[in-house]
Design a protein around this ligand. Structure first.
Ligand code: NAD
Ligand code: UFG
Length: 332
């Protein structure tokens, strides 16, 4: 079985390519390296001791997609490629709508032409907007997100739903990720943002390594046990493994469905800081800062549906996540 992975040198994509190769799949990756580095290709090969084909190019480029689908007998695709910075999407909505929507259209049009109708799509808990109930279940009505990035996820889900309605041979797994953190235990691949990080874990890592002075904890007056924001952090390797299960699920011709991919446990910002300090034996200086605009108090998943339908559950604990995040940072 041959899987085309878009965005396969990115953070989640690279870990998923490792799991695909380890599970015996053949892999073709397309990535324009907008937010990842070419070195990742060799690192994946080093971890797995297996080979795969890499194309540097844009998923919006239908000529290149055509070339790939002509050359390789693709059985299914996993579509990671896209922009993901919430704040930037507010500043540059057109850039986000263009890349995140056109890439999906180009990919699905080319798949359709070549009669490839199995796809796993990277969606996000962001589609739930401000969660009405906790833990979040998939049946909640999707209304609107709190930013353009989130809207692109909702629109992409809708495109894929309409595609399935038009032709029920399409099998679509919409994976709604919660908060992926951590890195491959080898320390060879992980998350390494170039700019000042927006997300909690990469920020903590840069404070721990001394690159940044202190963490700003955005608000300690939320309605949560210690007043700081609560999220469902999931180890990126667990998340990557969910994609293997999702690919297998598409091969069973089950149609379209959405799955929450989280651990089901919520941890506060201060709990994460304390776990990081304890496990890695480093200090993470922090100060309490005002709330960040658009943040919700708590967001965590009910992932029972993924367990039932995909036979997937998370296995890594919070201590593994903070250990592997720091291990990657100090090795790179
Ligand atoms: P990432 O930026 O590390 O990886 C995305 C990859 O796609 C990058 O390597 C980038 O170069 C590539 N890319 C972007 N646009 C492209 C295009 N038009 N053509 C070819 N390549 C392109 O991001 P990630 O964290 O690995 O996220 C992967 C997917 O998961 C994204 O769709 C993201 O929105 C989604 N997601 C991520 C998170 C998270 O917290 N990391 C949470 C929910 C959903
Ligand atoms: N936080 C801080 N200080 C920081 C960064 C974050 O206190 O410097 C806090 C936030 O206020 C929040 C928690 O840490 O309470 C987690 O924040 P992140 O930015 O790491 O993650 P979010 O839950 O805000 O957003 C992430 C992704 C989004 C995605 C969403 C739901 O960035 O793309 O999860 O999946 F939509």
């Amino acid at each position: 079985m041959k899987i085309l992975v878009t965005g396969g040198t990115g953070y989640i994509g690279s870990h998923t390519v490792v799991e695909l190769l380890n599970s015996g799949y053949e892999v073709v990756v397309i990535d324009n390296l907008y937010n990842s580095k070419i070195e990742v290709v060799d690192k994946i090969k080093k971890i797995t001791k297996k080979d795969f084909t890499f194309y540097k190019g844009d998923v919006c480029d239908k000529e290149l997609l055509e070339e790939i689908f002509n050359k390789h007998k693709i059985d299914a695709t996993i579509h990671f490629a896209g922009y993901k910075a919430v704040g930037e999407s507010v500043e540059k909505p057109l850039m986000y709508y263009r890349n995140n929507i056109v890439s999906t259209l180009s990919l699905c049009e080319t798949m359709s032409k070549h009669n490839v109708k199995n796809i796993v799509f990277s969606s996000s808990a962001t589609v739930y907007g401000i969660p009405e109930i906790l833990p979040i279940i998939e049946k909640l009505e999707i209304k609107h997100a709190t930013n353009p990035y989130g809207e692109t996820k909702i629109v992409n889900e809708k495109i894929l739903k309409d595609l399935h309605i038009s032709d029920n041979k399409w099998n679509v797994a919409l994976l709604r990720y919660f908060n992926p953190i951590g890195a491959h235990p080898s320390g060879l691949i992980g998350e390494n943002p170039n700019d000042i990080p927006n997300n909690l874990m990469p920020y903590i890592v840069k404070v721990a390594t001394g690159e940044l002075k202190e963490l700003s904890v955005y608000g300690n007056d939320y309605d949560t046990p210690d007043g700081t924001g609560v999220r469902d952090y999931i180890h990126v390797v667990d998340l990557a493994k969910a994609h293997i299960k999702a690919i297998e699920w598409t091969f069973k011709n089950e149609g379209i469905d959405a799955f929450n991919i989280g651990t089901g446990h919520g941890y506060s910002v201060l709990e994460i800081v304390k776990a990081f300090e304890k496990v890695n034996k480093v200090k993470v200086p922090y100060k309490i800062a005002p709330r960040r605009k658009g943040d919700v108090a708590s967001c965590y998943a009910n992932s029972n549906y993924a367990k039932e339908k995909l036979d997937w559950t998370s296995t890594y604990e919070i201590d593994d996540m903070v250990k592997d995040a720091y291990n990657f940072a100090i090795k790179n």
